[in-house]
Design a protein around this ligand. Structure first.
Ligand code: AHR
Length: 662
């Protein structure tokens, strides 16, 4: 049986392209009469990590930065609890702005602001302003939900004035909170600006004597993704949904195992009312509010029809903790491991347990009595495979096997596609029969071309692979096509490669901490890379069976060239899906022969991604990017097909053909 062999044709069939380059020729034989190989139905998904302001300031729709006055120098050396807030006293008013922690709103959220107003005459006021994450972008006529927890000293009176202001001080929208009680209470108002403004600020002002105590000052666009409260930025979430990912890995990456044991990501800190969540420093040197927490991640997965794949630390921190270049791994002390393992088991109850179980009840209290159908759990993230790691991984793995055999555990084999950690990780995987392990590789495009056979020789029916992080170094069409070449090999090996996700996913322009990324954004716009479109074409056109096929090329590919294909069947729609990648400066005439199909509809959907191979869609984002006015995007058409037809794949292209067969 053939599952995608490549051979060479005689050279004679080559025609000349207009550019004078010899055209490529290829013969593709698809044997739909032979047994198809079942492949993973969840092959292509996404990797999400709060890196480069992907969550706070990004996907999480909160517009106020440092809303709970919990920023500190441990996040970033120059930050304090007042960072991103500006106090002003105008019109003859006097006053002050200080941070206090006595009688907080919640012990997990210990700091709050106290704004004092004295000597306020007519027209005078004191105010706190926040200009969000590099400005607050608002749209004319859209509603913004303001809320704050506040109190006043007994006996003191007077309203809070809430405004959205442009940079020049002009008022875009305003509301008033008439009185505050002496106990912490939540107050809300709606602000609807009358014009667009890219760089607005939120202002809370008072003009009567006394002090107000403020915490969790929040401003959300009313229109979040699917209208969820405490929800996600609609345009970014939609861009992710449009990828049609089969799974979502969260919360990272290095963020999951953290900068030292004290910074390991604890899912329990991220659920419940936002004012009760425990905030943390972000390993990427900023801050995590945990407003986008485990409930929101699970809900997002459900909203976009993706399987959740949470990653918990394997009882050890990142080996790069404290910038230790691979030697900074810290281990949870053995006496604390039982409690840590109990937390992991509780996570499964939180996701899947009945609504009257201890943790299922917390999910139900958040508005989701039904389970989230968690099936996979990642343990560890590209950890150094040390004795400390191995001992703790085994403890967690044993507990999961014993208590939750229904959960598929995804282990880890270090940060690289080869080497000591990779070898030790795979040895452990075989010893423990770990169902799936996570491989990571960030490489040059040519590495992807050279590694198209990587998984052909992996042992079948044993430990499977999750390619949890991969990318070629860049956002040009060449990079996207090199990744597409690799993805055809992942599909061909979809019996041993269970999942794959490009990384990282999101990056805010002006905050680029990792390059390249799949999607760039600023406060108002989203820029989709060529890599995004290649991912989308694979994830939206996946199958559940690999149809045997053979590719025969007219000439040997030169260095930097590759022509590859894959053929899958989608049982749900009954379609045969052919992907053809032509990473070559010449068009390729492919003679496609399909054996064994009873009948083929005479027209098929065809989508092609092609363009200038050296071009990116977002310039160089590290320099804030020259965003292309004419981005490279897939173009859809209908093409004539039959059991034997010719298809001309443009130079530097990825083509997807969907054929209805009977
Ligand atoms: O994707 C960015 C980072 O790369 C991840 O956090 C980490 O796992 C890897 O080193």
């Amino acid at each position: 049986m053939l599952f995608g062999t490549v051979a060479l044709l005689g050279r004679s069939a080559a025609a000349e392209t207009p550019a004078g380059k010899p055209a490529n020729s290829a013969r593709i034989e698809i044997h739909s009469d032979q047994p198809a190989k079942p492949i993973s139905p969840v092959l292509f998904g996404i990797f999400f990590e709060d890196l480069s302001y992907a969550a706070d300031g990004g996907l999480y729709a909160e517009l106020v930065q440092n809303r709970s006055f919990e920023y500190s120098a441990s996040d970033s050396p120059e930050w304090t609890q007042t960072s991103f807030w500006k106090f002003s006293a105008t019109g003859g008013a006097g006053g002050s702005f200080v941070i206090q922690d006595a009688n907080p709103l919640h012990t997990n959220n210990p700091h709050y602001a106290v704004v004092n107003c004295g000597n306020a005459g007519a027209g005078g006021e004191v105010a706190l302003a926040n200009n969000g994450f590099d400005g607050i972008a608002v749209k004319s006529g859209e509603a913004y939900d303001f809320s704050v927890f506040a109190r006043r000293r007994p006996g003191e009176k007077g309203p809070l004035h809430v405004r959205l202001e442009a940079a020049d001080g002009s008022v875009l929208a305003k509301a008033e909170i008439p009185e505050l009680s002496a106990d912490w209470q939540k107050y809300s108002a709606t602000l609807t600006p009358a014009r667009d403004e890219a760089n607005a600020r939120l202002v809370i002002a008072m003009s009567t004597r006394g002090a107000v105590y403020l915490d969790v000052v929040s401003l959300f666009p009313h229109k979040t993704f699917k209208g969820r409260p405490n929800g996600l930025r609609a345009d970014l979430a939609q861009a992710i949904a449009d990828l049609k990912p089969k799974f979502v890995r969260f919360p990272g990456g290095c963020l999951a195992h953290g900068d030292g044991v004290a910074n390991i990501y604890h899912w329990k800190d991220t659920i419940g009312p936002v004012e009760q969540r425990k905030e943390a420093k972000n390993i990427w040197r900023y801050h995590q509010t945990h407003g986008l927490g485990y409930f929101e991640y699970f809900q997002f997965c459900e909203d976009i029809g993706a399987t959740p794949l949470p990653i918990v630390a394997a009882g050890v921190s990142c080996q790069n903790s404290d910038y230790a270049h691979g030697t900074g791994q810290q281990c949870i002390p053995m006496e604390d491991m039982p409690a840590y393992i109990a937390d992991i088991l509780d996570l499964i109850e939180y996701a899947n347990g009945p609504a009257d179980s201890t943790w299922g009840a917390k999910r139900a209290a958040a508005g989701h009595p039904e389970p989230f159908h968690l099936k996979y759990l990642g343990v560890g993230n590209e950890d150094a495979i040390t004795p400390g790691f191995t001992e703790r991984f085994k403890m967690i793995f044993d507990a999961l096997r014993q208590k939750h055999p229904e959960i598929t555990v995804v282990g880890t084999v270090g940060p690289s596609p080869a080497g000591g950690d990779y070898d030790r990780g795979w040895k452990l995987a075989k010893e423990l029969s770990i169902p799936i392990v996570d491989e990571h590789y960030y490489q040059q495009p040519n590495w992807f071309l050279k590694n198209t056979n990587r998984y052909d020789t992996y042992e079948r029916n044993k430990t499977q692979v999750y390619v949890g992080e991969y990318a070629s170094w860049g956002n040009t069409l060449r990079n996207a096509l090199a990744e597409a070449v690799h993805m055809t090999s992942l599909e061909r090996n979809g019996d041993v490669v269970h999942m794959a996700s490009y990384a990282p996913l999101l990056c805010k322009l002006g905050q680029v901490q990792w390059y390249p990324d799949m999607v760039y954004f600023n406060n108002a716009q989203v820029f989709l890379t060529t890599n995004y479109y290649a991912q989308q074409l694979f994830s939206a056109n996946g199958g559940d069976a690999y149809v045997p096929s053979a590719l025969t090329l007219g000439r040997e590919p030169e260095k930097g060239e590759a022509i590859t294909m894959s053929s899958v069947r989608d049982s749900a729609s009954g379609e045969l899906i052919i992907k053809l990648v032509n990473l070559s400066a010449s068009a390729t005439r492919a003679a496609i022969r399909i054996d064994g199909a009873q009948g083929i509809d005479p027209e098929a959907d065809c989508v092609v991604l092609t363009g200038d191979v050296a071009k990116t869609n977002a310039g160089d984002p590290r320099a804030r990017g020259n965003v292309s006015a004419d981005p490279i995007k897939p173009v859809a058409s209908r093409v004539k097909v039959s059991p034997a037809f010719d298809y001309d794949a443009p130079a530097f292209s990825l083509t997807v053909l969907r054929l209805k067969t009977h």
